[in-house]
Design a protein around this ligand. Structure first.
Ligand SMILES: Nc1ccn([C@@H]2O[C@H](COP(=O)(O)OP(=O)(O)OP(=O)(O)O)[C@@H](O)[C@H]2O)c(=O)n1
Ligand SMILES: C[C@](O)(CO)[C@H](O)COP(=O)(O)O
Length: 233
């Protein structure tokens, strides 16, 4: 299998989360949330390089940086949207890695990705012609609202999945897809826009995206349970 590189979009403002610093720098268990996310990949033998994409270099953001500079290489090229951040990163990496390199894009704001889910994604997709993403089948009944906050209709949830990250595609095809679809809210939808069919790989409910303040408490609880489980407590 060709080597995998990871892009971690970490250039958002966290407007829904609020707070004095963007949520990816909020402390989780005493450590910036971004560091938890980076450590998941830094510990994985199939990952060759990890590129967190920030608005500026860590030293210019006043961020402690306990990572090896050869494996975790920050890029200071975040854009105004998540898609633009990922596209900027891909453009700066295209001269460093061949077009068939597998690229895993993972939100900085998802610090609880498990090793099992990451392994499942890589193993399922390593010989896939397109690539794919972690996702989970929807379990709630879905309502569409009307213009006065009442239910207009109940939607059929059959076959509906909630997209997570990482999303894993070849560098060349992802670059082409995001150039053609710069408004995509995830990598998969850009590839879908090219007429391709990304594969759905079972994710985990614990792989939550920290979006609202209460999500940080949930993330803390998930990390504590995982730690207790690993320690046999
Ligand atoms: N211009 C942007 C916007 C988002 N992201 C990153 O994309 C991930 C998912 O985005 P989201 O959770 O929506 O983060 P924010 O855009 O920061 O949040 P909000 O929409 O509440 O402002 C996060 O790791 C975020 O830092 C990014 O790198 N560049
Ligand atoms: C890519 C993503 O994590 C898939 O669920 C999500 O779309 C990113 O969050 P955003 O709020 O759409 O930026």
């Amino acid at each position: 299998m060709s080597p995998c590189v990871v892009i971690i979009p970490a250039g958002g403002s966290g407007s829904r989360f609020g707070g004095p610093v963007p949520k990816q720098f909020s402390l989780l268990d005493g450590v910036p949330l971004l560091h938890h996310t980076l450590r998941i990949f830094d510990a994985h033998p199939r990952i060759f390089k990890i590129y967190p994409v920030l608005s500026a270099l860590p030293e210019d953001l006043g961020l402690a940086w306990p990572f090896s500079s050869t494996r975790v290489q920050p890029l200071a090229c975040a854009g105004p949207t998540r898609a633009q951040t990922v596209l900027n990163a891909l453009q700066s990496l295209q001269s460093l890695h061949p077009p068939d390199t597998w690229v895993l894009v993972h939100d900085a704001a998802r610090p609880c990705l498990s090793r099992a889910a990451l392994d499942r994604l890589i193993q399922t997709l390593q010989d896939d012609p397109v690539g794919g993403l972690l996702a989970i089948p929807l379990s709630d009944t879905l309502k569409r609202q009307n213009d006065h906050d009442c239910v207009a209709t109940t939607l059929d949830r059959t076959g509906l999945w909630a997209a997570q990250t990482p999303q894993m595609f070849r560098l060349g095809s992802l670059l082409e897809a995001l150039r053609a679809h710069p408004a995509a809210t995830d990598e998969s939808s850009a590839l879908e826009g090219m007429g391709l069919e990304p594969r759905l790989v079972m994710g985990e409910i614990t792989n939550l995206k920290v979006t609202w303040p209460a999500d940080l408490i949930l993330a803390q609880a998930i990390l504590e349970v995982c730690h207790a489980h690993r320690s046999g407590i």
